[in-house]
Design a binder for this molecule. Structure first.
Ligand code: ADP
Ligand code: MG
Length: 621
């Protein structure tokens, strides 16, 4: 989405932009407006109230026209504030980049100097500088710029240090570039957005500081008006003629507010993470917009019925899941297999309303747990079932475990969030769970932090957390993809035991047919957001009907079968933004014919075996 559109979606930023534009236009046009001279005194007309003839905003203690003084004063204050921000931004960033880029002793010396400046209260420092240089608007500008240099230097140094260690800087060095060239062409473009954002959020602050110095009589000198000196001169008439203070006061308020609101808006709009979605946090559950009637309830423990989940980003619609139906019964393991990007994770996350919205929207179908539809269920209902009746195991346990709490504490939290049990009872249960997932020395292991455990152990903790509340269904999203094969085999054996002992239903997501063969009773093959084939594992493995399934199975290497041609599926999965009509696999399929490229192709066959193909490899019964 274009920057401006994104910026104006933020109402407050838009308001700030409008107010600031009006003020800027007014002060730019000030010399052209038919205003009286701001510095001409007329003591006979002292303290005229606003709206008196010839003086829209009244006059001050010397009879000078307030409107004229206000506009000229605002012009000056804005110019000084912006100039100070530009100087502080330039000098501070230069210091920060040099310190961060060269590091070591240079960094140490520069930053200790900056720290010394920072150790003084800044208004005191500004006062000291003006006292040394003598009062005057130019000196106030220098003082305000100087006291803000450390802010920029510290910020930009921090960012530069992170960038200076990156490989592209090393590459530039290897290419023989000099320091100046690296700083200007490699580093600067990366820190420039930060500098601009820091400036836009500090201009308001610098205008205030300049006004403060002028208020104390150290900035602009009479008769020249700026907002601070207008306030200072009005101070003696504060009680008798309050409007003389209100006029410049309101202007300062408007300028600083509008600059800050706009600055915040600019910062948010430049954040690339906000570009794809909206300027809002994800909702607690996925947004549901269903038009079609909801499929009727079934007997299954968990049934996904014609689920459709899309991502709406601007005008684009990504049909990540386009009508998926799956079901599991207690003690059963269903494999969900497909290439990366086929919509497996989105299907899994839709079950408990965990797809981030925006941009995720569930546009059709139902997910029934013991007959109750979970799609569109109130947040509280879903929250009570999340992790309690339906639990998830994710791919990367290091990313899902909190690095600063012991694994035992995290497990205890998982138990206590659904059951009102004492901490010691929860701890006992945590130890029992650790034993159940075969973590050796469970009693001492509960005190470990995630980084103290190996990948396989961490994934066991992940499984223990999923088991914490004796769920009925576990959805495992590629739980062994990050592990090496021996650990993978242990984890698979563990899951297999657990489902037999506890009657767990497991939906096991993977991209590896080898894994499916070891663990799953039934398997569903997913391609471009749809199920293209499903059936009992044995039958699908032995007689794959869909050409895609056959190619996927051929990708599994077999040990001891000598050398054979390594199979790969040519081409890439289609983008779910623009799916072709007919079979989504047709462009990559060697058996595709003309009829494959039009219309909707239905899933045919009788439960449990079905295939979505007009020219299957094998006829199925
Ligand atoms: P996988 O089968 O590898 O788990 P996913 O379910 O994660 O695949 O993704 C399915 C499709 O949804 C992909 O094509 C992906 O590009 C798309 N997708 C996922 N998240 C988003 C998002 N936030 N915005 C747009 N598209 C998304
Ligand atoms: Mg995935």
């Amino acid at each position: 989405m274009p920057f401006i559109q994104l910026l104006f979606r933020n109402r407050l930023a838009a308001m700030g932009a409008v107010v600031l534009t009006v003020i800027l236009l007014l002060v730019l046009l000030t010399p052209l407006l038919p205003l009286p001279d701001p510095d001409v005194t007329a003591t006979a007309d002292r303290f005229q109230t606003p709206f008196s003839p010839g003086h829209l905003l009244g006059t001050d203690h010397l009879g000078r026209d307030q409107l004229s003084r206000l506009l000229h004063g605002t012009r000056l204050s804005l110019a000084v504030g912006i100039a100070a921000a530009a100087i502080a931004g330039f000098v501070g960033s230069a210091i920060g980049i040099i310190a961060g880029y060269f590091g070591g002793r240079v960094d140490n010396m520069i930053m200790r100097g900056v720290d010394m400046l920072m150790a003084f209260p800044y208004i005191l420092l500004a006062l000291a500088i003006v006292a040394a240089l003598g009062p005057g608007l130019m000196n106030a500008l220098i003082a305000v710029a100087a006291v803000n240099v450390p802010f920029f230097a510290r910020n930009i140094r921090g960012i530069t240090v992170g960038l200076a260690e990156r490989e592209f800087i090393d590459a530039a060095r290897l290419a023989g570039m000099g320091h100046t060239r690296i700083i200007l062409s490699e580093l600067l473009p990366n820190v420039l957005p930060v500098i601009i954002i820091a400036m836009s959020t500090t201009v308001g602050w610098m205008i205030l500081e300049t006004a403060g110095l002028s208020f104390l009589g150290l900035g602009s000198q009479p008769p020249q008006a700026d907002l601070g000196s207008m306030l200072g001169e009005a101070r003696s008439a504060l009680i008798s003629h309050p409007f003389t203070s209100v006029v410049p006061g309101v202007m300062i308020f408007l300028i600083v507010m509008s600059i800050n609101l706009l600055g915040d808006g600019v910062r948010d709009a430049l954040d690339p993470r906000l570009r794809s979605g909206a300027l809002s946090r994800p909702r607690a559950t996925t947004l549901v917009q269903r038009n079609d009637p909801v499929p009727a309830a079934t007997e299954d423990l968990l049934a996904i019925q014609d689920l459709q989940t899309q991502f709406h980003a601007g005008n684009r619609v990504y049909k990540a899941v386009g009508g998926v139906s799956l079901s599991v019964s207690p003690g059963e393991c269903l494999g969900l297999i497909g290439e990366s990007g086929s919509g497996k994770s989105v299907t899994a996350l839709s079950v408990m309303g965990l797809v981030a919205s925006p941009p995720g929207v569930i546009t059709g179908g139902a997910v029934r747990f013991r007959g109750d539809d979970l799609i569109g269920a109130p947040y509280e209902t879903l929250r009570r079932k999340r992790g309690d009746r339906v639990a998830y195991i994710f791919q990367d346990p290091l990313a899902t475990l909190h690095p600063l709490y012991t694994v035992g504490d995290q497990l205890i939290e998982a138990i206590q969030s659904h059951h009102a049990v004492s901490r010691s009872a929860a701890r006992d249960k945590a130890i029992r769970l650790f034993k159940a997932v075969r973590i050796p020395n469970a009693e001492s292991r509960v005190g470990n932090y995630p980084h103290e455990m190996s990948g396989g152990m961490r994934q066991r903790v992940g499984i223990a957390m999923a088991l914490a509340n004796d769920p009925d269904v576990i959805i495992a999203d590629e739980p062994t993809t990050a592990l090496d094969v021996t650990v993978q085999a242990q984890i698979l054996a563990l899951l297999d035991d657990l489902r037999r002992d506890r009657g767990l239903a497991i939906i096991f997501i993977t991209h590896d047919f080898g894994v499916v063969g070891q663990l799953c009773d039934r398997v569903a093959v997913m391609y471009a957001g749809r199920i293209v084939e499903q059936g009992p594992t044995q039958s699908v493995l032995e007689t794959p009907a869909h050409p895609y399934t056959k190619r996927l199975i051929a990708c599994v290497p077999e040990l001891g079968r000598g050398r054979r041609e390594l199979a790969a599926i040519p081409g890439l999965p289609p983008s779910v933004e623009a799916l072709p009509p007919g079979c989504a696999f047709a462009p990559r399929c060697t058996k595709a014919q003309d009829d494959c490229r039009s219309g909707q192709i239905a899933l045919t066959g009788s439960y449990p075996r079905a295939v979505r193909c007009l020219h299957p490899e094998e006829a199925i019964g």
